[in-house]
Design a protein around this ligand. Structure first.
Ligand SMILES: Cc1ncc(COP(=O)(O)O)c(C=O)c1O
Length: 369
């Protein structure tokens, strides 16, 4: 196969949506108003209709969504938030930025936080649990909700990767007190750059964040609190409203990709965390666990197949995390998985023959190694 098989192909996406994206641009520019306009409100309404939640606020990023969620719940200095030991760095970065302390738990072989370990981490300082729906798989939310209820803790869902995923027929991001989503270009619902939003049913949180994202202003001459600038811009709001209509089909195609991978890779040296009966993963990424991961990645690369180590460093082993006082060996499953994780090419424009080629090359590698 001559053509490189890319992990995610944003160029193809633009080609297939050129007319619509340019029409969004035209519409927004023609209005002459680019921030906090009806396009943003329209997007927020579309998201509340889609998710069934009462309130949505479009923001600059998923990271801002997490920070503002924590802030709006009054979490800060002296507080602890329990979260997963593998995630994108923003999960714990957001906790640190509000002045609280991230307390990590190991993951399960399904790559999400091990709920059985949460209670042993609860102290007098614990204020919240932040489940991360990594790879689009929703955490065991019934268990997490029960623990939160028993210990009177808040839940902030890091649903950055969870748009369109389900757990027991309920959508990711609809379980907690508040949830944060990312619309970064690598997500299933993606903007033309950075973006994100929060969801909540709590009016007080919605009202706080609505002020906070706009410098804390009630109007130009009246600042109620010190806030920040984190408003999803009108162009991205319009593009996201358009792309939301396509999300169902995108997820369908992505689930089909995964099925083809599962059926056609024969080697037992590469594993795919199983989807449980009550889950429906939107597969924002297709993450596998591979023996001899680095050699496999080199071999795939030589054969024109892009892949990505995602995430190769558990959160406690980052340089910045030294301050948290963890050491190697503290989260053995996270450490083991981080040495095996590899994301394979996975997007809605991928052809079946391309996936079959990737499968063939993976099997070829393991036959020789
Ligand atoms: C699990 C997780 N949390 C938080 C974020 C942060 O989102 P953003 O990049 O939009 O700030 C991401 C983004 O990739 C993520 O994957």
């Amino acid at each position: 196969m001559k053509k490189k098989i890319e992990l995610i192909d944003l160029k193809l996406r633009f080609q297939s949506e050129k007319k619509e994206i340019l029409s969004c641009l035209h519409k927004v520019l023609k209005n002459g108003s680019l921030v906090l306009t009806k396009e943003l409100q329209n997007f927020e309404n579309n998201i509340t209709n889609y998710t069934g939640m009462k309130y949505c606020l479009g923001l600059n990023s998923g990271t801002d969504g997490l920070m503002m969620s924590l802030w709006s719940l009054g979490i800060g200095k002296g507080d602890e938030v329990i979260t997963s030991s593998i995630s994108f760095v923003a999960s714990i970065g957001a906790i640190m930025h509000v002045g609280a302390k991230p307390v990590l738990v190991d993951i399960n072989e399904d790559l999400n936080m091990n709920c059985e370990m949460i209670e042993s981490k609860i102290t007098k300082k614990t204020k919240a649990i932040m489940p991360v729906h990594w790879t689009g798989r929703v955490c065991e939310m019934n268990k997490i909700k029960n623990i939160a209820k028993k210990h009177n803790l808040l839940i902030i869902e890091d649903a950055a990767q969870g748009m369109g995923s389900f757990y027991k027929k309920k959508r990711a991001g609809t379980f907690g007190d508040i949830s944060a989503f990312s619309t970064h270009p690598l997500k299933n619902l993606n903007a033309l750059g950075d973006g994100g939003f929060i969801l909540t049913n709590k009016k007080n949180l919605y009202e706080k964040i609505r002020r906070y994202r706009n410098h804390g202003m009630v109007n130009r001459d009246d600042m109620e609190i010190f806030g920040v600038n984190s408003r999803l811009d009108s162009l991205n709001a319009e593009v996201l409203s358009f792309r939301l209509k396509k999300l169902k089909d995108i997820i369908k195609k992505r689930r089909k990709n995964v099925e083809i991978y599962r059926k056609n890779i024969k080697s037992k040296s590469i594993k795919f965390p199983k989807e449980k009966k009550y889950e429906k993963n939107s597969y924002v990424m297709f993450i596998t666990l591979c023996e001899k991961r680095d050699e496999l990645q080199k071999f795939l690369n030589l054969n024109g197949i892009q892949s990505l180590v995602y995430y190769g460093t558990p959160l406690h082993l980052h340089k910045a995390s030294k301050i948290l006082g963890y050491k190697r060996g503290d989260f053995p499953i996270a450490e083991k998985c981080s040495k095996k994780v590899l994301a394979l090419p996975h997007h809605q424009y991928l052809k079946k023959k391309e996936i079959l080629y990737v499968c063939k090359k993976i099997d070829e590698f393991y036959e020789k190694n």
